[in-house]
Ligand binder design. Structure first.
Ligand code: GLU
Length: 482
């Protein structure tokens, strides 16, 4: 998706995040000095470097922000986009700190960006640029399994992560943990199954957990169950595609509209998500997709009536100007920062529920955490137990059949005997993370009504967790538990 047009927002992206955090610190009565420590960005480095592109040198500008180091490494995505700027990277690094705290992932927060349009370069050029960016990071000592660890983000994928890993290995051949210098790698290069679709899977698990709580569903003005819910998805990139596909194929939700950079494609009976994605890959847009109604008015499409709106592309797409017109009952922030502070205030007043980014899209970094620990342990998950579990399952099954004199039917037999695969374990860990985090957010609101909404509650939890670790160092005061 192309970046949002400039809006009449009175503050920058970073200021908007800080204001949201201020709201939470006020609600929990956090001491202002402590709040400042938690909010401050540790470091923001600008990197300018030249790369010969087919023989002609070009200068590139990038940033790497480390927001917090209360836990190490600092973790976050690396994005390639023409709109990248220092303020955005600093804001996104802050969101990473809060996200890791919410998901209980023991990392500090970081974010990186390179100001370029990947579509303007061929693979060879992108490889050279990514290599040089990694070398620049190494030169400043800001990449490594124990310092900061990039991951895919907007405009990057497992391909770029493989290039980063390969460059790091060349620079630090003696580092036995070199694989853990970056996450989101291809499977053959130390990645884990389920990382590519992890953020989308996490969004699905977040919605599953939300729909387990009838009172939350009712308060949002929705009916129970995901089946048949009318969903609009903005952005059919990595996150939007997997989210939409899982919700449609596994939960029976109706993806009634998909918004892309060239417009919107809509179908009240529900779109075939993989087919739209194929059309997008082949033609570069959603226009001309045969099984839906096309309109070029992508901004207006966000305002269509629906049950759930999932912005899954870039930040600030719901802003001061359109927040009044949003008709969704629930907004699920699959992207980072899709709702500005001003819009958030308007939507709060209007009673529209928002599941916030720092919770909803934590699936990516959660599975990155699994990949990082797997790289450090040098062993795939389940290698020791899988066959043992299988043997036990078989023994239980045999005992059951012997005692009852009956035979267990095939599907159940398979479930009893099956030892968990690596993907099963990763999905289970992700599901558990998303469930637990939502339950903590709910409990926080129940205990302190001043928190009011999910975002403020999520920030309050994250800030408290981070402040606690500073407290150990004598740098902060922590709010008392009531
Ligand atoms: N880019 C993802 C995010 O914004 C993943 C970060 C990571 O895995 O470190 O959360």
């Amino acid at each position: 998706m192309s970046p949002a047009h400039p809006r009449k927002e009175s503050m920058t992206f970073l200021e908007g995040i800080d204001r949201m955090v201020d709201r939470a610190t006020l609600a929990i009565g956090l001491e202002p000095a402590t709040a400042k420590i938690v909010q401050a960005c540790d470091s923001l480095l600008q990197l300018k470097f030249a790369v010969p592109i087919h023989g002609k040198p070009e200068i590139f500008t990038g940033w790497w922000a480390i927001h917090s180091t209360h836990r190490l490494p600092a973790k976050g995505g690396l994005r390639f986009a023409p709109s990248v700027n220092a303020n955005e990277i600093e804001g996104l690094a802050a969101l990473m700190s809060y996200k890791c705290a919410i998901a209980d992932v023991p990392f500090g927060g970081a974010k990186g960006g390179l100001c370029l349009n990947p579509a303007d370069y061929d693979e060879e050029a992108l490889h050279a640029i990514t290599r040089q960016f990694t070398i620049e990071m190494a030169r400043h000592d800001i990449i490594g399994p124990a310092t900061s660890v990039p991951a895919p983000d907007l405009g990057t994928s497992s391909r770029e992560m493989a290039w980063i890993a390969d460059t790091y290995k060349t620079l630090y051949p003696e580092d036995v943990n070199q694989d853990a210098c970056v996450t989101g790698k291809p499977l053959e290069r130390g990645g884990v199954p389920g990382r590519t679709e992890a953020t989308g899977k996490g969004v699905q698990y977040a919605l599953h957990e939300f729909f387990r709580h009838h009172d939350e569903v009712e308060a949002a003005g929705l009916r129970d169950g995901l089946k048949g819910q009318r969903i609009i998805v903005q952005g059919l990139g990595k996150v939007g595609y997997h989210t939409a596909k899982f919700l449609a194929e596994e939960d029976g939700a109706k993806i009634v509209a998909i918004i892309e950079h060239d417009g919107v494609i809509a179908n009240d009976d529900g779109l075939d998500v993989p087919a739209v994605r194929r059309h997008l890959a082949e033609t570069g847009g959603v226009k001309g997709y045969p099984d839906g109604e096309y309109s070029e008015h992508r901004d207006a499409a966000l305002e269509r009536e629906c049950d759930i709106l999932i912005p899954a592309a870039v930040q600030s797409v719901i802003h001061a100007e359109n927040a009044m017109r949003i008709q969704a009952k629930l907004i699920v922030e699959a992207a980072n920062g899709p709702v500005t502070y001003t819009a958030d205030e308007i939507l709060r007043e209007r009673g529209i529920r928002i599941l916030p980014d720092i919770y909803v899209n934590a699936g990516g970094v959660t599975v990155s955490y699994f990949e990082w620990t797997r790289n450090l342990s040098h062993m795939r998950f389940g290698r020791l137990q899988r066959r043992y579990d299988e043997l036990r399952g078989r023994a239980i099954l045999e005992a059951l059949e012997e005692l009852t004199g009956k035979t267990v039917a095939d599907p159940l037999r398979h479930r009893l005997v099956h030892g968990a695969s690596e993907l099963d374990l990763i999905r289970s860990g992700l599901d558990d993370t998303m469930r637990t985090a939502f339950q903590e957010i709910r409990t926080a609101i129940k205990r302190n009504a001043a928190l009011g909404d999910y975002r403020t509650a999520a920030f309050s939890l994250a800030i408290t967790k981070i402040a606690r670790s500073y407290y150990e160092l004598g740098l902060a005061e922590v709010p008392q538990e009531d």
